[in-house]
Design a binder for this molecule. Structure first.
Ligand code: EPZ
Length: 423
C-alpha cells in the first residue's frame, strides 16, 4: 500500500489546475444509462471511485471507454448505456463505493428493473438510503430486500410529489434521474441544493430532460419519453479546490486554484477570510494568501450553501494552528472526527464532545507517522503534515486516491516536499 512522505514547513506558492468534480462525475456517469445513445463526459477525474464506477457500468454491459485528450485538453469518458444487459450492482463493488446506489434511479427509469446490493455503513456513518427507496416507491417502483440486495421493478415510473424527510445529495440525484423518464410530472421537495446536483440537472437537460428548480429545495420534472446522448463537461471539484487553497493558507503561502468557482465555495472562503487569510477572486480562479497569524474561528457544517461537511476535516487541521479557540461542529455525519486522534499525535489540542470538536490552537505541529481512515480525513492529515515541523508519513493513501487526482504532483508543483512511496 502507498504512503505519502512529507517534509513540512515550506510555504506553498504558485498556481494549480483543479480537476473535475468526483461528486458531479459519478451521478453524471449514472445518468448516461438513461440515454438512447452514447454520452461523452469531458473532464472526468482519474480517481479510484471513478474507476470503480466504470467497472460497475461495464459489468452491467454498458460500453465504457476513455477517449484521448485532444490538443492537450481534458480527457473524455464515453459511456453507451444502450448495450446494457444486466441491471445489477453487486456487493463486491457497492461495498467499496456507496455511490454505486446512483444507478438505481436510471435503471428503473430506463429498464424498469434493478438489483442493487444494499450499501453497508461506512467509516463516517451509517448512511442509510431510506429516502432513495421512499422516493422510488412513490414513483411506483416496488422494492424488496433479499439476501442484502434491493430488488426493484416497475412497468413505467409515474410522476408524483415527493418530500424528502432530510436533505440528501445522492437521494435528490437518484430521484431526479428516475423522474426525467417517468410518465407525468414529479415535484421533489426539500431537495439538496449542492452544486453537483445542479451540474447533473444541466447534463440531463442537455440530454432533453425537462427540469426546473435545480439548486433550490424545490424541483419540478416533467417526464419525457426518451433522452438522447450528449457531450458534457463536468464542473470543477470545489472540495479539491478548497483543499488546495487551505494548503496555501495552512503553510503561510500564496496559492491560485485555477478553475475554482468562488460562487460554490463562498461558505469556506468566508471562513478563510475570517481566519485572516487574504482571499481574492481572480480571472479563472481563486487565490488565497496568508502571511499573518491564523485567527481561530468556529465552523458548523450544513447542507449547501452552508459550510461543506467535506471540508470539515481539512479546516480542523488549519484551526489546529489558530491563535485561540475554535469549535468545529459536524452536523451531517455521525462519525466524521476520525482525523482527530491522528492530529493529536502531531501535538494538536482537540477535545471532542458529541458532534463538536473544541480546538485550542498551538504554535506548531510536529511531524509523525499517521493513519488515513477515510477520504477527507486523509486530506486533513496531509495538510497538517505540510505545515508541521519535521517529517510526516501518511499511511493507507488509498483512501485519499478515491477523491484526489495526483495530489502529490499538484502539491509538489506548489513547492511542497511530498512523495509517494510503496510501503
Ligand atoms: C454525498 O453523499 C457526497 N457523496 C458526500 O461526499 C458528501 O459528504 C455528502 O453528500 C454530504 O454533502 C457523493 O456525492 C458521491 P447524503 P450522500 O445522502 O449523498 C443521511 C466525499 O467525501 N441520509 O447527503 O451519501 C445520511 O446518513 C463524500 O466526497 C439518510 O438518513 O450523503 C447523512 O447523515 C463523503 N437517509 C445525511 O443524510 C438517506 O436515504 C446526508 O447524506 C440518505 C441520507
Amino acid at each position: 500500500m502507498d504512503i505519502f512522505q512529507i517534509q513540512g514547513g515550506t510555504p506553498l506558492n504558485g498556481a494549480v489546475r483543479v480537476s473535475g468534480a468526483k461528486n458531479a462525475a459519478l451521478p453524471i456517469m449514472a445518468a448516461a444509462l438513461l440515454a438512447d445513445g452514447p454520452v461523452e463526459i469531458v473532464g472526468v477525474p482519474r480517481l479510484r471511485d471513478i474507476n470503480t464506477f466504470c467497472t460497475l457500468l461495464s459489468r452491467m454491459g454498458a460500453t465504457v471507454g476513455w477517449l484521448p485528450a485532444v490538443d492537450g485538453g481534458r480527457e473524455t469518458l464515453r459511456i453507451d448505456g444502450t448495450t446494457l444487459t444486466r441491471p445489477e450492482a453487486t456487493y463486491d463493488l457497492v461495498k467499496t463505493m456507496r455511490a454505486s446506489v446512483l444507478v438505481l434511479g436510471p435503471l428503473l427509469a430506463r429498464h424498469g428493473s434493478a438489483r442493487i446490493s444494499m450499501p453497508g455503513g461506512c467509516a463516517i456513518g451509517a448512511r442509510p438510503i431510506d429516502q432513495h427507496l421512499k422516493g422510488l416507491e412513490a414513483l411506483g417502483a416496488i422494492s424488496a430486500l433479499a439476501e442484502g440486495y434491493i430488488e426493484a421493478a416497475v412497468g413505467r415510473l409515474k410522476g408524483a410529489t415527493i418530500r424528502f424527510d432530510l436533505c440528501t445529495v445522492t437521494g435528490t440525484e437518484n430521484l431526479l434521474m428516475a423522474a426525467v423518464l417517468a410518465e407525468g410530472t414529479t415535484h421533489l421537495k426539500n431537495c439538496a441544493r449542492e452544486p453537483e446536483v445542479v451540474d447533473l440537472a444541466r447534463m440531463l437537460r442537455a440530454m432533453g430532460a425537462d427540469i426546473e428548480g435545480e439548486g433550490t429545495d424545490d424541483i419540478v420534472v416533467r417526464g419525457v419519453d426518451s433522452l438522447h446522448g450528449c457531450r458534457y463537461e463536468v464542473m470543477a471539484d470545489r472540495i479539491e479546490a478548497g483543499t488546495l487553497l487551505l494548503a496555501g493558507a495552512i503553510t503561510g503561502g500564496d496559492v491560485l486554484a485555477e478553475g475554482a468557482d468562488a460562487r460554490v465555495l463562498d461558505a469556506l472562503l468566508e471562513k478563510m477570510s475570517e481566519s485572516g487569510a487574504d482571499v481574492s477572486v481572480v480571472p479563472g480562479g481563486v487565490r488565497v494568501r496568508r502571511s499573518g497569524s491564523i485567527r481561530s474561528v468556529n465552523v458548523k457544517t450544513a447542507p449547501h450553501p452552508g459550510f461543506p461537511t467535506d471540508m470539515q476535516a481539512q479546516f480542523m487541521a488549519y484551526m489546529c494552528l489558530g491563535d485561540g479557540f475554535s469549535l468545529v461542529n459536524e452536523t451531517i455525519f455521525e462519525n466524521r472526527f476520525m482525523h482527530v486522534a491522528e492530529l493529536r499525535r502531531m501535538g494538536a489540542k482537540i477535545e471532542v464532545s458529541g458532534s463538536t470538536a473544541a480546538v485550542t490552537g498551538v504554535p506548531k505541529l510536529s511531524g509523525a507517522p499517521l493513519m488515513a481512515t477515510d477520504l477527507r480525513a486523509s486530506a486533513s492529515l496531509v495538510l497538517a503534515g505540510l505545515a508541521a515541523a519535521g517529517r510526516t508519513e501518511v499511511l493507507r493513501i488509498y483512501h485519499l486516491d478515491r477523491g484526489y487526482e495526483k495530489l502529490e504532483d499538484k502539491l509538489s508543483a506548489l513547492g511542497a516536499r511530498i512523495s509517494r512511496v510503496q510501503e
